[in-house]
Design a binder for this molecule. Structure first.
Ligand code: ZN
Length: 277
């Protein structure tokens, strides 16, 4: 049967100028996963896509066959308006970091229903969030690691299986290469690649990856735990995905120290809803 095209919901991950008139646009869709299309005349004519082809925008798109894996983007309609994110440089930086992580990790053409819903949920929550998105970034990175199969082991020593509660002191070592906690005895020769986490933060992060996702939004961080979680995940996630996102450098540059001291609650007292994944 001749391929005539498809219509799908999609989140825009990346766009690149192509020639004088066109854009190459990469999307994430639930049933198709990551795919790339060419938007002809998108740069030449403002009317062609009405300014919709912006990073992390939620769209419904219509594509037809092009060359090889490159589809032709024929139509796009807005599904998710993100005005609050776009008007806030720090929220924009967080959203840019999340889509770059997804884009960098995924291969094209594999269905990614759970990841599509996770990214869509976290962008919706960021749009509603009164504060800057640090708490959501911890949630997103932990869930992304769970979906990618690289969840950090935060319960037991990766070598001898000693439980964290059985290790002395209030802090524990985390070995990036092993992807898990190491006790003092097993980690004696890995000081150069170890991070240090408080036991409380490790437990909270572990809770995030195993609890029902709908309850994660109720999580509250102390300022110290939030700062520690961000530092840990923004090291661990790029390490295991194999790429250092350019957007992370920008995020760290503009993020004020005070961002980690903000009480991360929704200012309207509302609780965003989220899918079970
Ligand atoms: Zn050990």
């Amino acid at each position: 049967m001749k391929f005539t095209g498809f219509t799908t919901d999609a989140i825009l991950l990346r766009r690149t100028a192509y020639g004088d008139h066109d854009l190459i646009v990469t999307f994430l869709a639930p049933d198709r996963g990551k795919f790339t299309s060419i938007a002809k005349s998108a740069r030449k004519s403002v009317k062609r896509f009405s300014g919709l082809l912006e990073p992390f925008t939620g769209l419904q798109v219509v594509c037809t066959a092009g060359r090889g894996k490159l589809f032709i983007l024929k139509e796009a309609a807005l599904r998710r308006s993100l005005g609050s994110i776009r008007s806030n440089v720090l929220k924009t930086a967080y959203a840019g970091y999340w889509v770059e992580l997804v884009d960098g990790w995924l291969e094209e053409g594999q269905p990614q229903t759970a990841l599509f819903h996770l990214l869509g949920w976290v962008l919706d929550a960021l749009e509603k969030e009164a504060s800057n998105g640090s708490r959501l970034s911890v949630l997103f990175q932990m869930r992304l690691m769970a979906l990618s199969g690289f969840s950090p082991n935060l319960c037991r020593c990766a070598c001898c299986r000693t439980p964290v509660d059985g290790m002395p002191g209030m802090t524990i070592g985390f070995d990036l290469a092993k992807g898990g906690v190491v006790c003092a005895r097993c980690g004696a020769d890995t000081l150069d690649r170890r991070m240090v986490l408080s036991k409380g933060t490790a437990k909270q992060l572990h809770w995030l990856k195993t609890m029902p996702f709908a309850r994660a939004e109720c999580l509250r961080f102390t300022a110290r735990s939030l700062a520690e979680s961000l530092q840990f995940l923004e090291t661990f996630v790029p390490y295991h995905l194999g790429k250092q996102p350019r957007s992370l450098a920008f995020l760290k540059q503009i993020r004020p120290d005070a961002s980690c001291k903000t009480r991360e609650t929704n200012g309207q007292g509302e609780t965003p809803t989220c899918p079970t994944i």
